[in-house]
Design a protein around this ligand. Structure first.
Ligand code: C2E
Ligand code: MG
Ligand code: MG
Length: 862
């Protein structure tokens, strides 16, 4: 019996329906009117709805296709979707949409035509595709060159970055292997072997390589070469990423290495050699040389590690100039110079015999300039071909010039700092620190050789006066002159330094006392040569002290101290001479310290006294002009200590203000007492030190003292020395003026021994001159002394000053002075300085009459 076609069709439909129900893929069936008649569970899951809700609805509610018109017309949509997989948009019940793919087939069952649709969610796939698309854009846009090679190492892909960087397109590579690609004139020849080894070990390789572009331009690249394996672990190919580090490489390598070297205090030559070597490594076609230019404009090769020693020797000392080779010309012009053919370029006429034999054909030189634009040296790139620089060389030159300038400037700064720290800026001699260090070393060597050495302390005589009177520029000039003379005389192994101010020190290693003596003589001679200070010609002199190693001390500090003491002795003996240190001096120096302590004690305990020496005037010296107050100190243990010993100590240790004030107070009190008791003493002179005049209180203190004791300014005269007049301190001048205004007279003591000029004399309100004792002493024996004595008197007279002759001891001196009409005399011939009571007695005995200004016995004062 033939099967019933309807039953067969129904059976088939049942089977199909059954199969579709079971399908893991979402499936639905639509009838000829495009309405959904079957919707399987997978479809329910995909659309997120139940079949009851879709049965009977048009299929275009479930999805749409992108064909124009297909979204509204089911026939058009069907026509598009039938056949193969088509992309569609799935419209889900919750309103969301997703990407899907549909495969639609037509099923004819008996008289019924159905369409079955299998639908897959392709949103994930779509996402991946999108990512891939973006990735390929990124890969192409990347500045890095990326290439992929197959397992048998054939290049199969290059990105556009590769083409941009190296100039090759994939088609041009025509089966080139990485091995061919990764090679060039100066590429690391072991590179391919290294890649092979890394791949064999299943690893990638990260390295820096020098490659060449299609047109031969060198590039430093960082290469990451990575193998790609499939799931089974077999090699699929290599992915290589190259990035251009030409610029960063230079900065990184050069900067890091050079800065590191600078931090570690490498020498300039070593840093420069490092720079040359690094450049030659980065650009192996270059031969690099760095030269400095000294102050005389001569070339001094610093580094040229690939050039022979002979070239360095011959270049050393060549003068820069417009035609002095490429380097010399670049330094001269202060601009880069390129010579592509050394053999023919006239610039190289004088230097090509040095370069050509070395195979160097071209040269490109830059001046190395300081930040202020001064040419410090040159940087040269030599080529073995006739050519000029490429882009890499230009960048290298830029980087190197910066580093070279930095290095050379640092050196100069270091030198300057060193100079400032260890050398005296004025004279260029080692300063105290440097001198001590050098001297210690020298003494250690002398000790090892069992030898002796001398330490000289040299101090200029009257330097302060010269400095004050002629100005600091003159003083500085003198110090420089003396420093130069000392260096010249001493020279060689001897060490000379400036200690402070006008003090110089020298160490003479392996030197006997006798040799030290004759050296000291020579130095005195050298220093004494006349020198110009402004318009003046100075005749400098110095005092030198000598201490011997090891007898006078074993360390430099002690030796300098002892030499200083010896110098002090030379100075106090009159200067312009030298003295050897002796244990005696040491004792003296110590005595000075104990003297200071004792003097403080004496002031506190009132152990000091004033004695008064009469100053006589008139015919036969019958009148009393005044008395000079002179300090006396009788120490209970040390005995009588003369003012010439303790006054300088008081000046040095700062006790002088107190001491002078004590003297003034005591003298005023004494005068007041005499006045009260009717002892007629016209005036008292008190000695004040130059240092007192720096005290702004001085004039005030004096006027207070006068008031306190009911005295008039006429009663007091201040004896000052010439150094007061030369003191540049403005307070000194103010004091002089104030004291003059006060009416207290000023007397210039020890006149004739100082250095004051006559111009000073008439500019200051000096009332009286005291001719120094030394002139009076020699009156009997020396015609010069007699002439000078008379001259001083005449000068005094013509300036309207009263002149006092002191130190009159003999009748013949007295006679001469009276004949010359000296108005006032003072000396042992009349009386020594006496305690007040004895002075009163002396006055009574001699019946002296007091004279004052205006008295007939006192020659009129102009
Ligand atoms: P001076 O001011 O020139 O004092 C004169 C010095 O000559 C005094 O020495 C005096 O005793 C001495 N003398 C006087 N007549 C004769 C003589 O006929 N022959 C000789 N050979 N000498 C004579 P003295 O007292 O030893 O004082 C020395 C120096 O000490 C003084 O020189 C003065 O510069 C300083 N001095 C003395 N007393 C004081 C003082 O109170 N204050 C200050 N700042 N210095 C003083
Ligand atoms: Mg005096
Ligand atoms: Mg005197």
């Amino acid at each position: 019996m033939a099967p019933d076609p309807r039953a067969t069709a129904e059976g088939a439909q049942d089977s199909l329906w059954h199969v579709l129900e079971q399908s893991v893929d979402a499936a639905f069936v639509m009838d000829s009117r495009h309405r959904v008649v079957l919707f399987n569970p997978a479809a329910e899951a995909l659309w997120k709805c139940r079949r009851e809700d879709v049965h009977g609805t048009p299929f275009l509610k479930l999805l749409s296709c992108t064909v124009p018109g297909g979204e509204s017309d089911p026939e058009t949509a069907l026509g598009h979707l039938l056949g193969s997989n088509r992309d569609v948009v799935i419209h889900r019940a919750d309103g969301s949409r997703m990407a899907g793919s549909v495969s639609l087939s037509k099923v004819v069952l008996g008289q019924h035509v159905f369409h079955t649709a299998f639908v897959r969610d392709t949103s994930e796939q779509q996402r991946q595709l999108e990512r891939l698309r973006q990735l390929s854009i990124v890969v192409d846009k990347s500045d890095n060159a990326i290439f992929v090679s197959s397992a048998d190492r054939e290049v199969v892909y290059v990105n556009s970055g590769f083409t941009r960087m190296l100039g090759y397109r994939l088609e041009e590579l025509g089966g080139l292997k990485p091995a061919d690609l990764l090679s060039g004139p100066h590429t690391d020849p072991t590179l391919n072997a290294r890649i092979d080894r890394a791949i064999a070990a299943g690893e990638g390789l990260q390295t820096e390589i020098l490659l060449y572009t299609k047109v031969g331009r060198p590039l430093w690249l960082s290469a990451a070469i990575n193998p790609v394996h499939d799931e089974d672990g077999s090699l699929l190919g290599l992915v290589s990423v190259l990035s251009d580090i030409t610029q960063t490489k230079m900065h990184q390598v050069l900067h890091n290495k050079v800065l590191d070297a600078l931090v570690h205090e490498w020498s300039v030559a070593d840093v420069m050699t490092l720079i040359c070597r690094e450049v030659e490594h980065i650009a192996p076609e270059l031969t690099v040389s760095i030269i400095t230019v000294d102050n005389e404009g001569l070339m001094r090769p610093l580094a040229s590690p690939s050039l022979p020693e002979a070239w360095v020797r011959k270049t050393d000392g060549m003068a820069i100039g417009p035609r002095a080779g490429v380097c010399g010309a670049a330094a001269w012009r202060g601009r880069p110079v390129l010579v592509k053919d050394i053999a023919s370029d006239p610039l190289c006429a004088s230097t090509r015999h040095l370069t050509l034999p070395l195979g160097l054909r071209a040269c490109w030189t830059h001046p190395i300039k300081s930040s202020s634009g001064r040419v410090l040296g040159t940087l040269s790139f030599y080529y073995r071909e006739n050519r000029g620089p490429d882009e890499l060389h230009e960048r290298l030159a830029d980087t190197c010039l910066h580093l070279c300038a930095l290095t050379l400037e640092r050196e100069q700064t270091n030198e300057r700092v060193h100079q400032l720290a260890f050398y005296d800026t004025l004279t260029g001699l080692p300063n105290r620190i440097m001198f001590s260090a050098k001297a210690e070393q020298a003494l250690a060597n002398v000790a090892q050789a069992n030898g002796t050495a001398a330490v000289l302390f040299i101090d200029l005589d009257r330097f302060k006066r010269i400095n004050d009177a002629q100005g600091h520029a003159a003083g500085d000039g003198l110090l420089r002159d003396v420093a130069a003379r000392l260096s010249e005389e001493l020279g060689g192994v001897n060490i000379v330094g400036r200690q402070a101010g006008d003090e110089f020190v020298a160490v003479l290693p392996m030197c006997s006392a006798a040799q030290a003596g004759s050296m000291a003589e020579r130095l005195l001679g050298a220093i004494a040569a006349p020198t110009n200070a402004g318009l003046m010609t100075l005749h400098p002199s110095a005092s030198i002290g000598v201490a011997m190693f090891p007898d006078d001390g074993r360390d430099i500090d002690l030796l300098v101290r002892h030499a200083d003491m010896a110098m002090y002795r030379a100075k106090s003996d009159g200067g312009a001479d030298f003295r050897f240190f002796s244990v005696d001096m040491n004792r003296l120096a110590q005595e000075r310290v104990s003297l200071e302590t004792a003097l403080r004690e004496a002031l506190r305990l009132d152990q000091l006294q004033l004695h008064y020496q009469p100053q006589v005037s008139g015919h036969e010296g019958a009148c009393l002009y005044g008395v000079e107050a002179l300090l006396r100190w009788h120490h209970p243990e040390l005995g009588v200590i003369p003012p010439s010993r303790f006054v300088p100590v008081a000046e040095e240790c700062g006790l002088i203000s107190e001491l002078s004030l004590w003297v003034l107070r005591r003298a005023c009190a004494q005068m007041a007492d005499w006045r009260r008791r009717g002892v007629d003493i016209p005036r008292v002179s008190a000695n004040v030190s130059a240092i007192n005049f720096r005290d702004p209180q001085l004039s005030l203190q004096i006027s207070d003292l006068l008031d306190e004791h009911g005295l008039t300014p006429d009663d007091l005269t201040l004896e000052i020395t010439e150094s007061v007049m030369l003191d540049p301190d403005p307070d000194v001048l103010e004091n002089i003026e104030a004291i003059y205004v006060l009416g207290v007279r000023l007397s210039l003591d020890d006149f004739g021994t100082g250095y004051s000029s006559l111009s000073h004399l008439h500019r200051l309100p000096i009332y009286e001159l005291k001719l120094d004792q030394s002139f009076v002493r020699d009156i009997d024996t020396s015609a010069i002394a007699r002439t000078l004595t008379t001259s001083v008197l005449r000068i005094g007279e013509s300036l309207g000053m009263r002149v006092v002759a002191e130190g009159v001891e003999t009748e013949s001196q007295h006679r001469f002075l009276t004949e010359q009409r000296f108005p006032v005399l003072q000396g042992y011939l009349f009386s020594p300085p006496l305690p007040p009571a004895q002075l009163e007695q002396w006055l009574e005995e001699h019946q002296y009459a007091a004279v004052r200004e205006g008295d007939a016995d006192l020659p009129a004062h102009a």
